[in-house]
Design a binder for this molecule. Structure first.
Ligand code: R2B
Ligand code: URA
Length: 293
């Protein structure tokens, strides 16, 4: 049984030729799994770096919204959990890891026949000119050259996908105040890099050929481009969701202010407290959307 429920726009036309599509990295098959039955009711795909955090988010969604919880994790690459209409999936660190899981998840929601699905990255990041613990909702993801682009080499050529995120969704998310509303939620552009150390102008990697002044000069240029946070996956989420015309948002909590420091020295308790914040914001948004707010 090949499910050719190709309702998402712009998806790969070659997919129609396959009797079976094996979603290798997330462990599903379009022919052997009844994807419409398993995932047809999904309305929100929430993504974040680690399987452990996505498990916790999904458990909280299930508890707070009183919806059924299922662990669909098959292998060791990515954690996949479902809380009623919310699919929570880890994407690992960086654009390549996020790209692979996004290809497969976009195909999954397509085969499952999900309607009006929204994708949300809920992550951590470094802040620009804001105190640790601030939640940043992204306007657009910028690359290291400060362009709103996700670039990928395909067949030896560079292809570019735009990284503007839905303004409507960002406003909708920001307008839903979480119950624990004791932190700032701001909007801004997000610098999406291919490395945590040199790529983010840190002075504390294993290699560094520049000085403090060079770092600050770049970070101020970044700030002047409207950037309020730096992370490593937003451009892929924006670029691929734009390609599929799926509405997407990126909601990340800052762990430090990069204009002040490079090292993350939060205690375990502070980190746990901050990591809950994107969850609180999205729980308020999803609750409202499901009429449970
Ligand atoms: C934020 O945190 C991770 C690096 O520590 C990376 O996945 C990101 O985007
Ligand atoms: N994640 C990043 O990518 N950068 C930071 O500074 C913190 C978290």
């Amino acid at each position: 049984m090949m499910n050719n429920n190709n309702h998402l726009v712009n998806l790969n036309p070659h997919l129609k030729k396959y009797d079976e599509d094996t979603l290798f990295h997330i462990g599903f098959s379009s022919a052997q799994d009844n994807l419409p039955e398993m995932f047809g009711d999904v309305k929100f795909v929430c993504m974040g770096g680690t399987a452990g955090r996505m498990r916790k988010y999904s458990e909280a969604f299930s508890r707070e919204l009183e919806v059924e919880w299922t662990d669909y994790t098959k292998g060791e690459r990515y954690g996949i959990f479902k809380a009623g209409p919310i699919l929570c999936i880890s994407h690992g660190i960086g654009k390549p890891s996020a790209s692979i899981v996004l290809h497969e998840v976009i195909k999954l929601v397509n085969y499952a026949g999900c309607q009006d699905v929204v994708f949300i990255r809920m992550g951590t990041c470094g802040g620009i000119n804001c105190e640790a613990g601030t939640v940043v909702v992204t306007n657009k993801a910028l690359d290291e050259m400060l362009k709103p682009e996700y670039n990928l080499h395909v067949l030896g050529k560079l292809i570019t996908r735009p990284t503007q995120l839905s303004q409507e969704l960002a406003e909708d998310i920001i307008s839903c105040k979480p119950s624990s509303n004791n932190f700032d939620i701001i909007r801004g552009n997000t610098l999406c890099t291919s490395d945590f150390f040199e790529g983010q102008a840190r002075l504390d990697g294993a290699f560094c050929h520049y000085e403090e002044e060079d770092k600050m000069e770049y970070l101020k240029k970044v700030r002047d481009a409207g950037v309020r946070n730096i992370e490593m996956e937003s451009a892929v989420v924006a670029g691929l969701c734009n390609a599929a015309q799926i509405k997407a948002a990126v909601v990340c909590v800052t762990l430090l202010d990069r204009l002040k420091t490079d090292q993350i020295t939060l205690t375990h308790d502070q980190l746990s407290k901050y990591e809950k914040r994107p969850m609180d914001v999205i729980l308020a948004y999803v609750s409202k959307k499901l009429g449970k707010g």
